[in-house]
Every structure is written in structure tokens, then in C-alpha cells.
Design a protein around this ligand. Sequence first.
Ligand SMILES: NC(=O)C1=CN([C@@H]2O[C@H](COP(=O)(O)OP(=O)(O)OC[C@H]3O[C@@H](n4cnc5c(N)ncnc54)[C@H](OP(=O)(O)O)[C@@H]3O)[C@@H](O)[C@H]2O)C=CC1
Ligand SMILES: O=C(O)C1=N[C@H](C(=O)O)C[C@H](O)C1
Length: 255
Amino acid sequence: MNTVNTIKVAVLGANGRMGRTVCAAVEAAADLELVAALDAGDDLAQVAASGASVAVDFTVPAVTEANVHALVDQGVHAVVGTTGWTDESRARVADHLATSAEEGTAVGVLIAPNFGLSAVLAMTFAARAARYFESAEVVELHHPNKVDAPSGTATHTAQAMAAARSEAGVAPSPDATESGWEARGADVDGVRVHAVRLRGLVAHEEILLGNEGEQLTIRQDSFDRVSFMPGVLLGIREVVGRPGLTVGLENVMDL
Ligand SMILES: NC(=O)C1=CN([C@@H]2O[C@H](COP(=O)(O)OP(=O)(O)OC[C@H]3O[C@@H](n4cnc5c(N)ncnc54)[C@H](OP(=O)(O)O)[C@@H]3O)[C@@H](O)[C@H]2O)C=CC1
Ligand SMILES: O=C(O)C1=N[C@H](C(=O)O)C[C@H](O)C1
């Protein structure tokens, strides 16, 4: 379907697990039109040439930042699910967007470590609960084809929990470990994050919060990549009206 009101969408990483699912979801949406499906080796100039106003990036951590800069240069809005972002790489994108806006092109970029509703809610609940518990740790569990660890979702979760704990003046989680630190997971702003890679899994996260005599466990499970699609489609529809950088779907959903 091709009407004047459709949003024209390009997908980067279109042959990947997420990219294939996004292409199918965009093609099935009456208000969206898939105009370009690009993968490794394709020329990104094809994005603007296709008439796309929004590009969705599900590629690999090594290339996603360069892709986003190229999209901003083309005046194309970006919805980014690829992981591997840091404070520094996000700041470079924010600077680029500000310069682009000053020059008259107001582009929006949405970077979300997880587009699944259950994951977004789990992260939000975890951030709210984190200051009420002495101990806080995160376990993320994924399929063994995943190239990065810890997951973007777990990193985002731990950072939000750490910020809430720091703001509330909560002491570091108690831990008497003297040796074998490699078994205690990654230290994300003081919150330990453990990564499991197991055949049969898709994407799962467990947030563990403990006090003397009690525990709160927040768990979310993504059993199928279609679960990310409502969030991705929401991001496409929203990003065109949100110039500048937005990080996290929770901000688009006003959670
Ligand atoms: N935010 C969210 O909700 C979610 C995020 N993710 C994240 O999305 C990313 C992709 O995951 P997944 O689909 O499983 O990974 P895949 O490896 O299945 O897909 C990545 C695709 O990107 C391609 N690619 C590599 N370089 C480029 C490039 N320069 N331009 C265009 N395409 C390129 C790869 O090609 P080739 O194989 O030839 O290198 C591959 O086809 C990961 O970072 C993952 O963590 C995943 C699920 C949900
Ligand atoms: O690689 C994946 O599969 C996923 N990656 C994202 C992450 O690293 O958090 C989102 C989800 O967990 C699936």
C-alpha cells in the first residue's frame, strides 16, 4: 500500500534475526511502507535515495554508531535497537543532532536497548524498587548467538538501579568476596550483572533484590522476537515527532 500518509521505512540489518522480523512487521502495518532493506556491504546512501523518512537499525554493536551518524547526515530519523552504546557514543550522536538542528534539519533518534513491553516494565519496576533493598543484582539470559555481554537491557537496568540507589543514599550491596571476583559478574556502576548463554533461550532478565529475611525477584521473558515489534512500530511512529536524542522506550511510553 502506498498512500501519502504512510511513513516510509528503511531497515538496516535486514537479513538478521531482528531485521527480518522488523521487515515483516513494517510490511504488515497499514500506515508504514518498507522502501529499503539493507544489510552488511550495502551502500547507506540507498536510505535517502529510497525516500525513507525513518530507518530502523538492528545491526551489530561495531557499526551502529556510524550508521546513525550517516542517517543524521541524510536527514533520516533513526530507531535503533542495536546494543553496544556508551555514554560517550550517545553524547556524540546528541551533539551531531544539535548541529544538524542548528543547520535547519531537525532529526530524531530513538535508541532503546529493549523494545519489549515486559522488559521495559521490568526495568522501570527495578529502578523504582532498587532503593528499598540492601542487595541488588541482575541476571540476563540469552541465546548463544549473541555477540555482546552483558546485554544492553541488563546494562540499562543496572545503571538505572544504581542511579536510584545513589540518589537515595543506599550503601553498596554487601559482599564479603575476597577472591574469585571473575565469578561475581560484571560491575555496572556497582550493580553485579551475570550473563548466561544457553541454546533454546531468546532473551530473558531477572532482577534480584534482597533484604534481611525477604527477596523480590522481577523476571521478564521474551520467548519470540515478535514481542519486540509493537515497541519498534511505536518507535517508528513517534520518532518523526521527537527531534533530538531519546534513550529508552520508557520515555516514549511516558512510564
Ligand atoms: N532493542 C531490542 O529490543 C533488541 C535488540 N537486539 C539487538 O539488535 C542487534 C541485532 O541482533 P540480531 O538481529 O539478533 O543480530 P543478527 O546478527 O542476527 O543480525 C545483524 C545483522 O546486521 C548485519 N550487519 C552487519 N553489519 C552491517 C552494516 N554495516 N550495515 C547493515 N547491516 C549490517 C549482519 O550481517 P552479517 O551477519 O553478514 O554480518 C546481520 O544480518 C544486537 O545488538 C542485539 O543485541 C536484539 C533483539 C531486541
Ligand atoms: O541480542 C539479543 O537477542 C537481544 N539484545 C538486546 C540486549 O542486549 O539487551 C535486547 C534483548 O535482550 C535481545
